[in-house]
Design a protein around this ligand. Structure first.
Ligand SMILES: NC(=O)N[C@@H](CC(=O)O)C(=O)O
Ligand SMILES: [Zn+2]
Ligand SMILES: [Zn+2]
Length: 440
């Protein structure tokens, strides 16, 4: 392994708490503060970071990398590049691949592809049930003990509908500190055709309705199963005010439940569907403004623990259909931080320490990652993200590193841009370029 030159980051605003120098040697933060410069060994490179905010590297609990099986939509390498450009140093790769990540062999393959690409730590999520069929449990223990050390399990894309299976899965993963991440959608209340928030709009547009209660009944049930089993449940892509109410109650009872919200559910509303553009078709659907407001409030007050992208790339042929026939999902890795800054920081609802909590520390804790989300402290691995907090960027879908173009942010002005991302001291992305392109 080649050794990295030491790096002194000068004058960055660390978590918004004031400017400090940070010295990185051999992939580790070795000093912060006034004496960092004095400790720098000969040959240390300097990075002038005045006006930039330094955050711990972001961790995404919910990414679809599509490999194996749909390498035309995304690969571990291209998704990892998009992640690094978005300020991430670790991503959890969902199990709805082909073949499904429901055994140790596929999990290790995804893990190793991530290692080889080298832009972010790729942690495979294991399926809860074999083939995502919802019938029998997948090889949870074997995946946990594999080289991939799987801790997060999800049938995402599908809901684990059977309460008995969900109960057994929760009991099983408790033994090794795992967590079940649930795609909360009661398929009897919102089937596979449901694609528009159920209400006046779905009626007017003539689209099959996806009622809020289809999410809320599953969240409520799972909270009770978590309480009963004493195990951990995580609610993926929370989208309604009612789910927030259930979460608030459950947390007050001390139930081990955590939840994530996506950037799109924090900013975009259902009225975008009136043009029938399949770019805005996503599961769960975009909701009314009242839900968006409830989600923002819940993120700010800690009821929702984390922001997760649900980056869901799809090739043109799967998206360019009549709205009802198009695939569900939208891109998110490269824009997530800017959306959080634009919706939560710019208006003063959250500070930088909160951003670090919801996009790094909390997701790392939920996923059981010990070398991520550690903050900017001496002795911690140098997984870091430098942000230009006031730069306004107009999103251009054509410039994305993702192989797919289903980008709901195209043409939007967002505040905040990733300046640099570092994984264990190595620069993985810098000003729109990824590692390897830099030196040319
Ligand atoms: N979110 C989506 O609309 N789609 C996801 C699956 C999922 O997260 O449910 C996908 O895999 O495309
Ligand atoms: Zn889902
Ligand atoms: Zn998903």
């Amino acid at each position: 392994m080649s050794t990295q030159p030491a790096l002194l980051i000068r004058g960055a605003d660390v978590l918004g708490e004031g400017s400090r120098d940070v010295l990185v040697v051999d992939g580790t933060v070795v000093a912060t503060g006034p004496d960092a410069a004095a400790q720098a060994p000969g040959g240390t490179q300097q990075l002038h970071a005045d006006g930039l905010v330094l955050l711990p590297g972001l961790v995404d609990l919910h990414t679809h990398l599509r490999e194996p099986g749909r390498e035309d939509a995304e690969t571990v390498a291209t998704g990892s590049q998009a992640a690094a450009l978005g300020g991430f140093t670790a991503v959890l790769a969902m199990a709805n691949t082909d073949p499904v990540t429901d055994n140790a062999e596929v999990a290790e393959r995804v893990h190793d592809l991530g290692r080889r690409a080298g832009y972010v730590d790729v942690h495979p999520v294991g399926a809860v049930t074999k083939g995502l069929r919802g019938e029998e449990l997948a090889e949870l223990g074997l995946m946990a003990r594999s080289r991939a050390r799987v801790r997060v399990f999800s049938d995402d894309g599908r809901c684990v509908q059977d309460a008995r299976l969900m109960r057994r899965a929760l009991e099983y993963v408790k033994a090794f500190g795992g967590v079940i991440s649930q795609h909360s959608q009661d398929p009897r209340l919102a089937d596979g055709t449901a694609c528009c928030h159920e209400g006046e709009l779905s009626g007017r547009l003539g689209l099959p309705g996806w009622p809020s209660v289809a999410e809320e009944v599953v969240v409520a049930r799972d909270v009770m199963l978590a309480r009963h089993t004493g195990s951990r449940v995580h609610v993926a892509h929370v989208s309604t005010a009612g789910s927030v109410e259930v979460l608030r109650w459950a947390k007050a009872q001390g139930v081990a439940v955590t939840a994530e919200v996506t950037p799109h559910h924090l900013m975009l509303t259902q009225d975008l569907l009136s043009g029938y553009d399949p770019t805005f078709k996503v599961n769960p659907p975009l909701r009314p403004a009242e839900d968006v407001e409830a989600l923002r409030e819940a993120l700010a007050d800690g009821t929702i623990d984390a922001v997760a992208t649900d980056h869901a790339p799809h090739v043109r042929q799967d998206k360019e259909h009549a709205f009802v026939d198009a695939a569900f999902g939208m891109l998110g890795l490269e824009t997530a931080l800017a959306v959080v800054i634009s919706t939560m920081v710019a208006g003063g609802r959250m500070g930088w320490a909160d951003v670090a909590r919801v996009m790094s520390t909390a997701p790392a804790r939920i996923a059981g990652l010990t070398s991520q989300g550690r903050g900017v402290q001496t002795g911690a691995p140098a997984n870091l993200t430098l942000v230009d907090p006031t730069r306004v960027v107009t999103v251009d879908a054509a410039r994305s590193r993702s192989l797919s173009r289903n980008n709901p942010w195209h043409g939007r002005e967002l505040t905040g841009a990733v300046h640099l991302t570092m994984l264990r001291g190595r620069v993985t992305a810098r000003e729109g370029l990824v590692w390897g392109e830099e030196e040319q």
